[in-house]
Design a protein around this ligand. Structure first.
Ligand code: T4K
Length: 391
């Protein structure tokens, strides 16, 4: 089956896909299914399923210990964790944020009537560019929400310097960076607070889930109030709040997955290194280096399609999909091009050249425990044959 692609090239797609069943980005890693079921059975026996159960408390204790932070406040998902953290930290007015992120980072601000001000990224690292952040600061700026995108540690020292200089709050979106560390510090201990996501598609999951991690006692206390309707004790509501509580079944998945963390890293690392080795020989394609930290989770295999690739990014994506390889072009087209931001800030793209360029280049490839090195050989042969159908 031949079609003409966006670069005027013939793209040849197969009649029979390389994989009979779809192979996804985001297939959950489930490290210890039996341990999970045992923990769930215990919760059922206790008849204690939510609202401060023992599994959630144990989960919070273990995450705080692993990350070296004073507090872990477990939350129902990463998005509500962001919203609670934004309120607990008292953000208001304008907050500087990348457009090159999952839309939830920005929605969390918009839903609290805070104006997201988009700063550009460094095209080599995909992290928020400190120079662009500086250029966006106004008298209304109250904070910055950088993202440790793809599990790569953001430029924490430069961002801390900017925040100190301008008295801004620094809240990290660490949704991708559980288990990642730089020097002696783990992600979780930077800024005023960090927010984690434990969604099923993440390196480490609690089915749905998230957390606010912080060394600030007051921020943790406010977050705990906010996640439980503002209750400070039975019948004693002392502030507005929401329902952001993690439940026991999520904590059971979290506790069982914590026990298998090192194996998950080893599998992801092997997959990542296989991709690096095989993609190297293909023209115009490169895998984004995994990052600067010395502890990594290797959860995102981000492939960049350069201008000298013989076929377009979208042709490659179509080639993969015809073969049941459900790769993604995260986070195309950039949040500033999604509603309501596109309508509210139609000029935003003018100061985001790197975001706009990178968003046209990226394909995120499948990895995790359900993808084997053999699968990766097949995935990379599909890329090769989409680029050069005759070879
Ligand atoms: N900040 C950042 C930087 C984030 O990336 C995210 C979430 C957040 C904040 C917010 O955290 P949460 O509130 O989600 O905790 C998915 C995830 O739902 C989302 O958590 C994640 N980022 C985002 C990057 O990816 P979609 O809209 O792409 O999901 P969907 O339904 O298309 O699924 C993704 C892939 O995973 C598909 O190929 C199917 C596969 N999948 C998914 C699930 C749930 C499975 O194979 N099995 C499964 O159980 O957002």
């Amino acid at each position: 089956m031949t079609e003409v692609d966006g670069r005027g090239q013939d793209a040849v797609f197969p009649e029979i896909p390389a994989f009979p069943e779809p192979i996804h980005v985001g297939r959950p890693n489930i490290a210890r299914p039996e341990e999970f079921l045992e923990l769930v059975a215990g919760a059922l026996d206790r008849h204690w399923l939510s609202n401060g159960g023992p599994l959630v408390s144990e989960f919070e204790r273990r995450v705080a210990e692993l990350l070296g932070v004073r507090h872990c406040v477990a939350i129902v998902n990463g998005t509500i964790a962001l919203e609670i953290a934004i309120t607990a930290l008292g953000l208001s007015g304008e907050v500087i944020v990348p457009s090159w992120t999952f839309v939830a980072t920005v929605h969390a601000l918009q839903r609290h009537s805070i104006t997201p001000v988009f700063a550009d990224i460094d095209p080599d690292t995909h992290a928020l560019d400190p120079a662009s952040v500086r250029s966006k600061i106004t008298a209304r700026t109250s904070g910055i929400i950088p993202v440790h995108l793809w599990g790569r540690v953001a430029p924490v020292d430069e961002l801390a310097e900017i925040a100190d200089e301008h008295n801004l709050t620094l809240l990290y979106d660490a949704a991708h960076a559980f288990g990642v560390g730089q020097g002696a510090r783990m992600v979780g201990s930077f800024g005023d607070a960090e927010v984690l996501s434990f969604h099923a598609t993440k390196f480490f999951n609690t089915i749905e889930g998230g957390a606010i991690v912080t060394n600030e006692d007051e921020v943790a206390e406010r977050a705990r109030l906010l996640r439980n309707f503002g209750f400070a004790g039975e019948d004693n509501v002392i502030s507005v709040g929401t329902n952001g509580k993690m439940h026991e079944i999520s904590a059971a998945m979290g506790l069982s997955n914590l026990d298998g963390l090192d194996e998950l890293v080893a599998t992801n690392r092997q997959n990542y290194e296989t991709y690096i080795r095989l993609v190297e020989g293909l023209p115009g394609l490169q895998i984004l280096p995994v990052g600067n930290g010395d502890r990594r989770n290797y959860q995102y295999v981000v492939m960049l399609v350069d201008d000298d690739c013989p076929v377009s990014r979208d042709t490659l994506l179509a080639g993969l999909r015809r073969n049941n390889i459900l790769a993604r072009r995260y986070f195309w087209p950039g949040v500033h091009r999604m509603e309501p931001y596109r309508s509210l800030q139609p000029e935003a793209g003018a100061s985001l050249p790197a975001t706009e360029k990178v968003s046209e280049q990226v394909i995120v490839l499948p990895t995790g425990t359900s993808v084997s090195p053999d699968d990766i050989h097949t995935i990379v042969s599909v890329l090769a044959s989409t680029i050069s159908p005759d070879e």
